[in-house]
Design a binder for this molecule. Structure first.
Ligand SMILES: C[S@@+](CC[C@H](N)C(=O)[O-])C[C@H]1O[C@@H](n2cnc3c(N)ncnc32)[C@H](O)[C@@H]1O
Length: 282
């Protein structure tokens, strides 16, 4: 069977962390997560998963797996909520990696766009080829030409899982303002943590994975800070990662309960939703 290569020690390689986390959670927490696609895709990648498995099956590693699997669940809830009101909307996965949220949310009417760097999209086209009403777009998110490809006639929900940490704050701000301007009335959902969390990510996830040339930059102590970025944001709200959409506190071990409290209280891991104003000229 042909195996697909992901370039080591690059931002692109970070896609392996959530993908493998979803596989591990399906095995270790089958009552909470089921992701046969993650298993199929990992099996098709030329990557040393055995090494990763050793690290991810430690108690701290397993908690990381829970975080990324729960994050996908949370963002899927947001997408489905949006589609409830805008069934034919565009669903845009920013920094999609090999994540298949669109097919999980697909109601038969909406349109999906998955955006990532060209080398990731080349692998995605092989392993997760775009379905009907779906498009894989090879583009750096900081090159706004991707925006021209999104049909916003019936509304747009953007989501990004584990992506903006690798952006500099000024680039995140520029991107969000450009999106608010181009897509009035759209929603943007993504995960964030504070500076302590970003440091932990550098020291644990990235270092352990050998991804040492990639930094984690963007963080927020309080997502409400985003309201000050632009008059084009109608509303900014946030919820706990592990308890805000489906509370898994009672389903996990004592150690993981403590880690949930740590992440909520001291790392400020949140899912943020920004609703752009209908008309930015208002
Ligand atoms: C941690 S992975 C997350 C992948 C996916 N969202 C998931 O949850 O499985 C981060 C992804 O963001 C992509 N990414 C980071 N910066 C990007 C940029 N400037 N333009 C496009 N993609 C980017 C990386 O290539 C990688 O696939």
């Amino acid at each position: 069977m042909k195996k697909y290569h992901i370039e080591k020690n690059t931002i692109q390689e970070t896609l392996v962390i959530p993908l493998f986390g979803r596989l591990v959670c399906s095995e270790r927490f089958p009552a909470l997560f089921s992701d046969p696609e993650a298993k199929r895709i990992c099996g098709s990648l030329d990557y040393d998963f055995e090494e990763k498995r050793k690290k991810m099956e430690s108690p701290a590693g397993l908690f990381g797996a829970l975080e990324v699997a729960q994050r996908q669940y949370d963002l899927l809830c947001e997408v489905k909520n949006y589609l409830g009101e805008h069934p034919e909307a565009a669903v845009v996965n920013l920094g999609c990696g090999l994540d298949d949220t669109f097919s999980k949310a697909d109601n038969g009417l909406c349109r999906g766009y998955n955006i990532d760097f060209p080398d990731v999209i080349a692998v995605r086209n092989e392993l997760l080829p775009a379905g009907e009403r779906e498009q894989n777009i090879a583009c750096d998110l900081n090159d706004y030409s991707w925006m021209d490809l999104i049909d916003q006639t019936d509304g747009v929900v953007f989501f990004a899982a584990g992506v903006f940490y690798y952006f500099r704050t000024e680039d995140v701000k520029k991107l969000f303002l450009a999106m608010a301007d181009r897509f009035p009335g759209a929603e943007l959902v993504f995960d964030i943590c504070n500076e302590r969390g970003a440091k932990l990510m550098r020291k644990t996830w990235l270092k352990e994975a050998g991804i040492t040339d990639v930094g984690a930059y963007f963080s927020l102590e309080d997502p409400k800070e985003l309201s000050l970025w632009s008059g084009s944001f109608r509303q900014v709200v946030s919820r706990s990662y592990m308890r805000g959409y489906r509370d898994i506190y009672n389903d996990v071990s004592l150690l993981h309960k403590l880690m949930i409290r740590f992440c909520d209280g001291l790392v400020k891991m949140r899912i943020v939703r920004i609703s752009f104003k209908e008309n930015t000229a208002d």
